[in-house]
Write a protein that binds this ligand. Structure first.
Ligand code: BMA
Length: 342
């Protein structure tokens, strides 16, 4: 969980209202903030094309920090931080890009860097940022550590192309760091876990959640959304499924729960998606019909969740919910195990 501390007021209120309403087994589990989207290119202090797919974290001073993917007008992306007291509005945006691609030292970033997922790592007293680095070989996973989102220690590519949708778990598992990621394989795009003694050298690779087949909403291509959430029942993961249709792809969200000490074991997987493109800002934009969360913050009660998601590759939006509701829903709406037998 994040190092801190003070939850944004409004989303927590919405989540507690939701809790009062009942046993959390009915959709919707996530409530859109009424003034969505909360950030877009129009808010930026310099010329950009679009702002979306932001990593999120609560800083020790209580501010929410969003590390946004910013696509400039060359088409390439960099990362830029926005800070806010309540995680909703009053954003203070860095006047310059916060983390730029550095193709001279890291040629695998020649076409930019994208989609950061941030994990606070208490053992290191640092934030780990896993992001997509894009070059001729395709997208790969890169890692950087930071204390303040001003200077970064870069590890370069830790998972070679084609791989993306990665986040570090906040603590070691059986003595090893663990990374969730999504390599492309000839059998489809599935979620994997890999382990490392030092964050640089990775091995013991295993599939943790396979894309389903056929008519399922999450057939053929899935990937981790925001970083896994540690709960007493297991690691709760919000993942995306990509439905390919005659008029394009639809990115929707589902839930799966994994064993705390053996995170490659899937305990539960939801039978349906829980959130998909519906609002106008999700249905149309640079890429229509996309909801794509890369980060969340969790309230001081340990339950209220503020999920930050890219909408139609054009803006950042906020949806709120409750972790206990998500778990209750999974109990009532999941297959045992990873759900790929159907
Ligand atoms: C995925 C990623 C995301 C993007 C999504 C929809 O493959 O590249 O950055 O939001 O496609 O375009």
């Amino acid at each position: 969980m994040n190092p801190a501390i003070h939850p944004p007021d409004l989303p927590e209120t919405i989540a507690s209202e939701q809790l009062k309403q009942g046993p959390c087994t009915d959709l919707p589990l996530l409530t859109r903030y009424s003034d969505n989207p909360i950030l877009s290119g129009h808010d930026w202090p310099y010329a950009v094309n679009s702002v979306f797919n932001a990593g999120a974290v609560q800083l020790p001073d209580g501010d929410t920090l969003l590390l946004c993917r910013v696509e400039d007008r060359s088409g390439l992306s960099h990362l830029c931080a926005a800070r806010s007291k309540n995680g909703i509005n009053g954003w203070r945006i860095d006047p310059q890009p916060t983390l730029m691609a550095n193709p001279r030292d890291y040629p695998e970033e020649i076409w930019g860097i994208e989609d950061p997922r941030i994990t606070y790592v208490p053992e290191l007293e640092q934030f780990a940022v896993a992001y997509t680095s894009f070059a001729r070989g395709g997208p790969g996973v890169s890692l950087a550590l930071t204390r303040d989102f001003r200077s970064f220690q870069r590890f370069g590519v830790i998972m070679p192309p084609e791989d993306k949708d990665a986040a570090l778990l906040p603590r070691r598992v059986n003595g090893y760091w663990a990374l969730i990621h999504r390599p492309m394989t000839t059998t489809g795009a599935h979620m994997w876990i890999s382990y490392s003694p030092d964050l640089q050298h990775w091995g013991n690779h295993k599939v943790i959640l396979a894309a389903r087949r056929g008519g399922w909403w999450d057939a053929n291509k899935i990937g981790l959304c925001s970083p896994p959430i540690e709960t007493p029942k297991g690691w709760l993961m919000i993942y995306h499924g990509v439905r390919v249709t005659a008029s394009g792809s639809i990115y929707r969200l589902g839930l799966a729960l994994f064993d705390l000490e053996h995170p490659e074991i899937c305990l539960q997987r939801g039978n349906s998606w829980i959130f998909g493109p519906d609002a106008p800002y999700e249905r149309s934009g640079d890429v229509h019909d996309v909801v794509f969360p890369c980060g969340q913050t969790i309230g001081a009660d340990g339950d209220a969740i503020n999920l930050y998601y890219g909408a139609a590759d054009s803006s950042v939006a906020l949806a709120t919910g409750s972790i206990s509701c998500l778990l209750t829903w999974l109990d009532a709406n999941s297959s045992v195990g990873d759900g790929t037998e159907r």
